[in-house]
Design a protein. Sequence first.
Length: 418
Amino acid sequence: MPILFVTMLIDFAGYSVLVPVLPIYADKLGATPFEVGMIVTFYALTQLLFLPMWGWASDRIGRRPAILGSLAGTTLAYGILIVADSLAEVYLSRILAGFFAASLGTAQAMVTDLTPPEKRAQGMGVLGAALGVGFVIGPGVGGLLGGLSPDLPWLPFAAVMVASFLNLVAAWFVLPESRPGDRGAWQPGEILRLLIPTPFRVASMVHERRIGIFLYLFFHLFAAFAALEAMFTLFMAKRYAATTLAAGQMFMWIGVWIALTQGFALRPLSNRMSETSLVVVGLLVMGVGLALMPWMPSMAALYVLAPFVAVGNGLAFPALASLYSKACGSEQAGELLGQSQSMATTGRIVGPMWAGFAMGNVGVWLAARLPSGSDVFGLSPESFALGSPFLGAGVLTLIGLGLFVVCRGTLVVDATAD
């Protein structure tokens, strides 16, 4: 498990290094806000399409080859970024990275192989810790490297490529095989079935009402929160003239608060509050925090507001996932939990698209309809447009909260009755 933890930590940190770097880099290549949002969309879309295939492959060829293949492909994707001097090449890199993003699912399968049922939650917690630490460290490193020299914009990409390659070499020598592959006969139809996008397969299935509502909530809420991941860096750069380093530090700040909430506050709060209350409080705080972002006058004010968004996220999402797991029932838990992840990923596909479109077009729409010099709720049309993805994300979060409250009798009472 320690070996798996380190492997995943480096992999997750490498991904998060790009969060404060790529949007500004793409903007300098002439990308519109919508095109910047598509960087996240292409990664999530490719991941959604091919992750089930990697799970199937890890059953066939073994967990170790699947993880090694994922790390090798990720290294290649980072290498393309080093030489990328067009938006098309940036997209190609993220598409390849999404295709090879098999490490987390396969690592979860390795935990299942290596741990008895009574210790499985602890094993999954190790992966969760690696994910959390990686997302705290990565943006700070990315911001630092990206801000070292304007003449070396490729430096963060080179650093993550080297780290990914060293991770691959180390895993080659020390990562054990947890389950040898089953290389028996297989039918071509298996691959074709796996390539049907999961949301289409989920939509074609017959679910009881509460499962369907839960799956929609995962899509809805992640479509809202994905606006922060996709557009926050560009917002800070254009609204506050933030550097890559400043953007990286802000993402670190958010990551620290999420980690503190989930690592230290969630357990004592769950002893005092129901999971339903945690979802309600978390979504309310996160939704209001997101909606207020456009009106923050400075980065200092943003530093005050951001922990509210982080704490709300850290309370609501784990509690919602726990309620959903109770609703699933043990006989279908694996399949249904996988569907929830797919719906969340679908939200990360749609969210950056609408957020990028809003940032790029709301200002143009307002400028064409408002008298010269007019403001929008105290903001210039340009500032309002830059903040519109977060206002929209806040409103969507609060709508999701309303849906949860209206349906809580179905979602919670029935779930706990199982």
